[in-house]
Design a binder for this molecule. Structure first.
Ligand SMILES: CC[C@@H](C(=O)O)C(=O)SCCNC(=O)CCNC(=O)[C@H](O)C(C)(C)COP(=O)(O)OP(=O)(O)OC[C@H]1O[C@@H](n2cnc3c(N)ncnc32)[C@H](O)[C@@H]1OP(=O)(O)O
Ligand SMILES: [Co+2]
Length: 147
């Protein structure tokens, strides 16, 4: 499997507002995007751009707060009440080919590809099969890959 670039690091938080303040005031985020609800994924989302070179945006942090009773991050926050690093997301050119490759390697792919926060198809691979890291695979957006 040849992964593309790291698109974002998912960080679960019990409070997006508190997390925004941390990334802005402590970590010097260069841009805080408008938070939005993704009921289909059971999360409230806010993208934060860390500083890159010469004032440009670097890596994106995806802050996620539970939305609804069935949110997939309730279990994580029960174990990590203050929040923490939740998943890493890598781009691939062809989501269906990538999914088939992970399955062929015997990895536990969590569900069918569905639309993610960048508007392209995503799927997750279970952390037990990925060195303890919940891994999100997303099809590369047509634009610049930022939200
Ligand atoms: C915003 C939309 C989208 C995007 O476009 O970017 C997103 O990123 S949405 C992000 C939220 N969505 C998801 O996480 C969907 C996929 N996740 C799941 O299906 C579940 O969270 C899970 C990975 C199957 C875990 O389910 P859960 O019920 O919470 O836990 P288990 O008891 O089954 O856990 C088993 C095992 O795995 C460990 N674990 C759980 N979560 C993580 C994690 N994020 N990172 C590392 N390890 C994790 C958990 O501790 C258990 O370990 P053991 O106790 O050793 O068995
Ligand atoms: Co994500």
């Amino acid at each position: 499997m040849k992964l593309g670039r790291l698109n974002h690091v998912g960080v679960a938080t019990p409070s997006i507002e508190a997390a925004i303040a941390y990334w802005r005031d402590v970590m010097g985020a260069v841009k805080i995007h408008e938070p939005f609800d993704m009921p289909s994924q059971g999360v409230k989302v806010c993208f934060v751009d860390t500083p890159g070179e010469n004032g440009t945006a670097g890596t994106q942090i995806e802050l996620i707060e539970p939305l609804g009773a069935d949110s997939p991050i309730h279990g994580f926050l029960a174990k990590n009440p203050a929040g923490g690093q939740h998943h890493m997301c890598y781009e691939v050119p062809d989501i269906h080919a990538a999914r088939a490759e992970f399955l062929a390697m015997g990895k536990k792919v969590l569900g069918e590809p569905r639309i993610g926060a960048h508007g392209t198809l995503i799927f997750f691979v279970h952390p037990r099969d990925m060195g303890g890291v919940l891994t999100e695979i997303m099809e590369t957006p047509k634009g610049d890959g930022t939200h």
